[in-house]
Ligand binder design. Sequence first.
Ligand code: GDP
Ligand code: ZN
Length: 457
Amino acid sequence: ATLSSNTETIAAQATAPGRGGVGIIRVSGPKASEVAEQLLGKCPKVRYADYLNFNDLKGNTLDQGIALFFKGPNSFTGEDVLELQGHGGPVILDMLLKEILQINGLRMAKPGEFSEQAFLNDKLDLTQAEAIADLINSNSEQAARSALHSLQGDFSKLVHQLVEDVIQLRMYVEAAIDFPEEEIDFLADEKVLNSLKGIITRVEDVQQQAKQGSIIREGMRVVIAGRPNAGKSSLLNALSGKETAIVTDIEGTTRDVLSEQIHIDGMPLHIIDTAGLRESPDKVEQIGIERAWAEIAKADRVILMVDSATSEQENPRDFWPEFFEQLPEKMGVTIVRNKADLSGAKTGLSGDSEHPSITISAKSGDGIDDLKDHLKTIMGYQGSTEGGFMARRRHLVALEAAHNHLQTGLDQLESYVAGEILAEELRICQQSLNEITGEFTSDDLLGKIFSSFCIGK
Ligand code: GDP
Ligand code: ZN
């Protein structure tokens, strides 16, 4: 990142909207000390908590509280920062912010703009900035811990190490290209081959860890589909431990899509209960069925529920081929045979990994844990491991690209083609890795990342 040339000073409420014991307004930029002069009558001593009156521009007191001043570059954003910690009432904070914004050269901060400044001033790299948003948004302990590890630079360190390794190899390869008479020897050099293979293995290791982090962040979407009365809504309730869905023996009770989020061992599981799939003259039910298919399109997995107490004990692929024909390509299906308490079937997992089937009783809860384990296995989730870090989809994409370029380079090397191609693959690989930490990032991507932050962060 390059040093930002921000001449504007930004301000926003840093605490959540609503009432609270304390409400904080944060100001960042060259005019932060002037804001302090105007509202507090002085600029507080750097990094000392000063208890002061907060005044409007005419000198009338609006509130009183703690003021803190951080001199750039030793601040969160790297610029001068003023923090006013007043009483956490929406009206008070609004009045204070309005006064601040009247000062010349001040404007309201955009969502995530403080973090963006911190990134532009090299206080954080991009994965760390993303981790701030993830930490704030985390809704499980695992997610919070992983986000903190990313914020502390665990993920960045691994990426930097990979970049270092790639640079070392590039230097060696490019030096060899500059001495063409030695190139043949160089391509046969085991050292290059081994070093390249070593980097590929380490990228794969980081990919594996990042995948775990991204599962903790994004979770898994599972759609429960099936005929009316199979017990779909009962399964949603059994998994979530709540009475979210209305359960009746009247076919077509669930007409819309219902969803719940639970955690399996730290993995967020979004469960979506859908209207029973059947031909129906009922307009509302028809719309529900359309929505069910729309949900299936976005799912990581479909649970097809059948009633094991009825004739549907046979393979649903045989008696319901239309369902499988309408499924998106590559969509995995787990058949769940429900009502084991009625049919007397043995609960648990059966079938092979391509055609798994699980027998449960949504009513008694038998087999529900088997189903949870199965869903974890499908996602490749290894459970909450200490020291894991948070990762996003874009990180996985960049790692995948880096891996592909290394692999292509290796293929070239092994088939004794020109060293230039290996050098070029290594160069692009390095770029992909740098995208993760933001050393090589388009403005578009930055805009997209920071605009999803909340205001004041
Ligand atoms: P849905 O239409 O697929 O959502 O099915 P529901 O969850 O509404 O259940 C339909 C009927 O089957 C209700 O009367 C449930 O009480 C009953 N049911 C659901 N699961 C079980 C089960 O495991 N055992 C038994 N005995 N009844 C069940
Ligand atoms: Zn239902």
